[in-house]
Design a protein around this ligand. Structure first.
Ligand code: NAD
Length: 247
């Protein structure tokens, strides 16, 4: 698969879905800047794996919920790996609770990382993409942002916000050679879902037509498709990667 020219930024790229996306983009020959918050060792390992396979990569620290850090992060990323053609807004957190008990901080934190972070990173890369008349932005939403989920009002609101953001920006930049799409994973086996109680994990499994949890690589495949040179006529879309869960 041939990707568009330029380097890529993947937020939350040290583990889980972001790691799989970074590795896949690197395999396909795109230089990758891996954003991480705390785990420098894991982020460096992802970068080293890309370099060992003949690619180019750098691990760069950032908290995407802090606008001023994001501007520095994007500047450092383009310095390290070159002008950014691909942005993957993957960083995300959950703070689950039924609404009556939901702490205001848990609401704010989830919106700040998932939605504000997507806005900050996108705004920081967009000017360069507009200048070069080329870009691919892929936002990691969730099936929960489409269908809702009891106990996740904050997360569902953030992910639904990401979908609205995706479709609106897609319209703003379509004539500039930039596509903006979202991938909506279902239940993917990562640290995020490992923390769910076993009975909740089993309930999901029973509802997934494919009969298995998703792998980070399943999501990475959809993301890289949107980044491919031949996907230039696809924009404003939300692609569920969920084994049929949301059918
Ligand atoms: P994960 O917890 O393994 O990874 C999340 C990553 O985001 C981590 O690398 C973490 O360091 C990073 N991150 C968290 N807060 C950050 C911040 N403020 N600034 C920068 N980075 C930050 O989870 P995952 O399952 O790999 O999730 C990746 C994305 O996929 C998230 O957006 C998540 O909401 C979404 N998603 C996951 C699932 C699933 O089933 N695992 C389902 C739907 C959507």
């Amino acid at each position: 698969m041939e990707l568009i020219p330029g380097s890529a930024v993947v937020t939350g790229g040290s583990r889980g879905i972001g790691r799989a996306i970074a590795l896949r983009l690197g395999q396909l020959g795109t230089p990758v800047a891996i954003g991480y918050t705390r785990n420098v060792d894991k982020a460096e390992q992802v970068a080293a794996a890309i370099v060992a396979a003949g690619g180019k990569a750098a691990a760069i620290q950032v908290d995407v919920s802090k606008a001023e850090q994001v501007d520095e992060f994007i500047a450092a990323a383009s310095q390290a790996v070159g002008p950014i053609g691909i942005l993957i807004n993957n960083a995300g957190i959950t703070r689950d609770s039924l609404l009556l008990r939901l702490q205001k901080q848990a609401w704010a934190d989830v919106l700040a990382t998932n939605l504000d972070g997507t806005f900050y990173c996108t705004q920081a890369v967009l000017r360069g993409m507009v200048k070069r008349r080329s870009g691919r932005i892929v936002n990691i939403a969730s099936v929960v942002g489409i269908h809702g989920n009891a106990g996740q009002t904050n997360y569902a609101a953030a992910k639904a916000g990401i979908i609205g953001f995706t479709k609106s920006l897609a319209q703003e930049v379509a004539k500039r050679g930039i596509t903006v799409n979202a991938v909506a994973p279902g239940f993917i086996a990562t640290d995020m879902t490992a923390s769910l109680p076993a009975n909740i994990q089993d309930q999901y499994l029973n509802k997934i037509p494919s009969g298995r949890y998703g792998k980070p690589e399943d999501v990475a495949a959809a993301v890289t498709f949107f980044c491919s040179a031949s996907a230039g006529y696809i924009t404003g879309q939300v692609l569920s990667v969920d084994g049929g869960l949301s059918m």
